[in-house]
Every structure is written in C-alpha cells, then in structure tokens.
Design a protein around this ligand. Sequence first.
Ligand code: PEP
Ligand code: MN
Length: 266
Amino acid sequence: MSERSSAVAVGNVVFGDGGFALVGGPCSIESRTQIDASAQAVARAGGAALRGGAYKPRTSPYDFQGLGDEALPLIAQAGKRHGLPIVVEALAEAHVELVAAYADMLQIGARNMQNVPLLRAAARTGRPILLKRGPAATLDELLLAAEYILVEGNPSVVLCERGIRSFDAHTRNVCDLGGALRLRELTHLPVVLDPSHASGRRSLVEPLTLAAAAAGLDGALVEVHPDPSVALSDAAQQIDGAAFVRLAERVRRVRRALATDEVLVA
Ligand code: PEP
Ligand code: MN
C-alpha cells in the first residue's frame, strides 16, 4: 500500500497516497432528499467523495435516464452541505462544460471509455477524471484511453475496474480484481474498484470492497441509496447508508490488520 507516483487530488481527498478512498453515492440522483440522505451516509462513514449520476447510460431507452441538468445543483449542494467533493459522469461531449462547472471530478463511463472526443474534452476541463474500464476492454486499451487524457495535459486520472463481460449470468459482470492489480504494476495512475457494477448484487459489494482494500487498491466506488428497494436504477446492487457505514468501518479494520509499522493507515 505504498504511495503512488501519480497521486490524484480531488478537493481534500487524494487517490493513490497509500490510503483507500471510499467513494459512495446513488447510481442516479433522484431528488434533493435522496441525494442529501446519501451524502449524509457517506459523510457519516468517513467516505472520501460523493458520486451520483445525472445522465444515465441505460441499456434500454425506456428506463430512467437520469434527471439531467437539474440534478447537478442537487448533488453540488449535498456535497457542500456534508463537506464532500463530488463526482459526476459526463455522458457526452455536450455535458462536459456544465458538469465541470459543478463537479470536482468527472466520470467517464464504461461505455464511453474509447469515446475519443469526450476523453479529450473532459481532459481539457482540467478536472480530475475517473475513467472506467469498458466492459470488453483490455488493460492496454484502458491505459491508452487514459493516455488521451494525459496527452491533453491533464495528469489527474484514476482508473476504475467495474467488471468485464463474460459467459456466466450469476454476477452482472466478472470482477477482474487480478486485472486491477496488474494495472497497478503497469501504471503509476491510481486504480480503484467499482464492486457494485462488477457484481450487480448488493450481497457481494462489501466482500469485494474488502478484497480490494486488502489487496492494496487505491479505493472503491460504491453505489449507496437511502432505500435501494425503490431506486430508479441499479436497485439490486445499491447498499443503504447503514451498510455503507459498516463497510467503511470494515475497510479500516482490514487496513489496520494488514498495516506494518512503516505504513500509515488512514
Ligand atoms: C455508473 O457508474 O452508474 C455506471 C453506469 O457505470 P458503468 O459506466 O461502469 O456501467
Ligand atoms: Mn449504476
């Protein structure tokens, strides 16, 4: 769990400084009260940042597509109120400027990993970028997608493993923890895990996050909703606030258990 050569600062939080940055928040921002309750839980857990989607890249056009522009002030206010930097996905080039005006970090989603004009536009905002691995992307393709951001002069990229497509349907995707660890050998950029999309099942979110923390990844991105049973997107994989608080405590315990005298545990 050593310090990375390219730590990425987002507000007061640093990805890749030897700590484990636990980012939480709902799949979709649904209302002022919903995002505020999510933020409250993330803050109570000692989480690093609040993440929520305003524009959702849903598989079906008939599913909830997100509140769009009107979600941005809601998450910005919740972040401010609870002292958390915020992370929001820019789904298209047209969103980049507005999202960057509100968010401390821009997410590029899995489906857009190789959307070159979007990568370049997001990079040029100067905001740190959370770049998710495409569901069928190789590690080299992910690293080259990150290069598109770096060559625009933006060095602040965090890579996110969110599961890759395979043949078994019992998990939504296959959580490529080995691939995420291999990335840490290949690049100086911080690497985090999204256990929510990687598994699609709330029962697996905590154990996968603990595995990521034990293995020395730089953080996790967890979907947290005040009442997952009524979530408008990804209901099966979101955990509630109490579960997130417990998860954060267990991450701390895992890190303490594995710490040596030389390692400063957050
Ligand atoms: C999300 O983060 O809610 C999301 C849609 O993730 P992904 O791009 O990994 O599918
Ligand atoms: Mn989601």
